[in-house]
Design a protein around this ligand. Structure first.
Ligand code: ARG
Length: 456
């Protein structure tokens, strides 16, 4: 393809280190699509004649069918997907194939292909996130009243509803979707026509190609167009944030499924057994979501490091953008599908959650709040009195709500029968009616608003 000034052949290692076909073959659809648009533009601008344009276009159609049917025969000497397509085109239509590369370079070609890929990846992440959100909403609705311990420091803090807890992940997914939408919006400019770096002297129509490929406009600066990969970085950053959220949920599922908790039972579909311990039911899928998040973060670090310190414009380092990007997309897709499936199929155990919520003296704050509200006690003092009540319950080996009225009176004369009422986890949860709070009525209101958002 560029042998004019070369006499010797490439060293075997040179060929191997240079070749990217083993991974950039995944871009074959985008590459053919962009080439078809390019050739139509060359024809419309009279840069190549109708006959050559037709031959090229038909040849590209044929290659598309072949690749779809037979896959790609990889030849490292042809370096990358762009040269594989062009070389096959030459086999099919002869020397006119050489006209396709007029007024473009692999530099603008590869980044055009990649933007098409990233745009699709953003759209895919968005629809998978919608499905994940729907699953969360369904389970939240089912468990709007189910009581569980709410944790801080993984210590029982205050009782909450499971529906409320699940809605927390819904909110994270709202922001994840907006990050993908931002990335998509920002990247949707077309590099094609930037050529090697300086633009071209042919009378090309960049608006035509940009529009035909679904971009909002052509990239404004040809040097920037061929040299930056921040659009891919934006995607991987959004993917990382999303993967971190999924990993936190995965971690909770792993904890909840362990025997001392027993908050959930893992369905067969999402667990594996042990070859030695017959009783085992392991949360492998959740563990792999947690593990994959690390690899997606690795992709981000790898791509950012590649860009750091790279002088303008194109350098071959940029070829290394693809393996981490492809891996991040593949892993994120798997993680989103797996988490959606687990959320849908998990069997929650409300009795175990309720028991745990009762066990942790998690209504001590309610007792302090009651003293403030009903008896006008300053909060700091009320906090101290409630702490004494916790110590008394611990001393007797009972839950806070199992203390007798005599026990309470002995701690502070202002604690009466009504104080005992607020110690139940049900009343605690029902009282937290502030906007965004855990009360079942609030949760139902949040679910209603969330359904509206999903429709919009
Ligand atoms: N395979 C190359 C890449 O992915 C295509 C661009 C090659 N350009 C060049 N000037 N060698 O980056």
């Amino acid at each position: 393809m560029w042998g004019g000034r070369f006499r010797g052949a490439a060293h075997k290692v040179m060929e191997t280190i240079n070749a990217s076909i083993s991974f950039d073959k995944h871009l074959w659809r985008q590459d053919i699509e962009a080439s078809k648009v390019h050739v139509a533009m060359l024809q419309a601008q009279n840069i190549i004649d109708d006959e050559a344009a037709q031959k090229i276009s038909n040849g590209l159609d044929k290659i598309e069918t072949e690749f779809e049917r037979d896959g790609i025969v990889e030849n490292p000497a042809l370096e990358d997907i762009h040269m594989h397509v062009e070389s096959r085109l030459a086999e099919l239509i002869g020397p006119d194939a050489g006209r396709l590369h007029t007024a473009r370079s692999r530099n603008d070609q590869v980044t055009t292909d990649l933007r098409l890929f990233v745009r699709e990846a953003c759209d895919e992440a968005n629809s998978l996130l919608v499905a994940f959100q729907e699953a969360l909403l369904d389970r939240a609705e089912e468990h709007a009243e189910t009581i569980m311990p709410g944790f801080t420091h993984l210590q029982s803090g205050q009782p909450v509803t499971l529906g409320h807890h699940l809605l927390a992940y819904f909110e994270m997914a709202v922001r994840d979707r907006s990050r993908f939408a931002d990335a998509r919006n920002r990247m949707n400019q077309c590099p094609l026509g930037a050529a090697a770096l300086a633009g071209t002297s042919y009378p090309i129509d960049r608006d035509m190609t940009a529009q035909a490929l679904g971009f909002d406009s052509p990239c404004r600066n040809s040097i920037d167009a061929v040299s930056d990969r921040d659009f891919a970085l934006d995607y991987v950053m959004a993917a990382s944030a999303c993967a971190l959220h999924l990993s936190r949920l995965a971690e909770e599922i792993i904890i909840w499924a362990s025997q001392p908790y027993g908050f959930v039972k893992l369905p067969d579909a999402w667990s594996t057994g042990s070859s030695i311990m017959p009783q085992k039911r392991n949360p492998d899928a959740a563990e792999l979501v947690r593990g994959h998040a690390g690899r997606i973060l690795g992709a981000l670090v790898s791509m950012a490091t590649m860009l750091k310190g790279l002088p303008l414009a194109y350098a071959k380092d940029l070829q290394n953008d693809k393996p981490p990007l492809f891996e991040a997309r593949e892993l994120l897709t798997l993680c989103l599908e797996a988490m959606r499936g687990m959320v849908t199929d998990l069997e929650f155990v409300p009795e175990a959650m309720l028991e745990a919520a009762r066990a942790g003296h998690a209504t001590a704050t309610d007792l302090a709040d009651w003293l403030v509200r009903e008896q006008g006690v300053p909060f700091r003092e009320a906090h101290h009195i409630a702490g004494t009540a916790v110590a008394a319950a611990e001393g007797k080996g009972v839950a806070l709500e199992e203390l007798s009225i005599d026990d309470l009176q002995a701690i502070d004369g202002r604690l009466d029968e009504a104080a005992l009422q607020v110690l139940g986890v049900e009343s605690s949860v029902a009282s937290r009616t502030s906007f965004g709070g855990t009360a079942p009525d609030q949760v139902r209101a949040q679910i209603k608003a969330a359904r509206e958002y999903l429709k919009s």
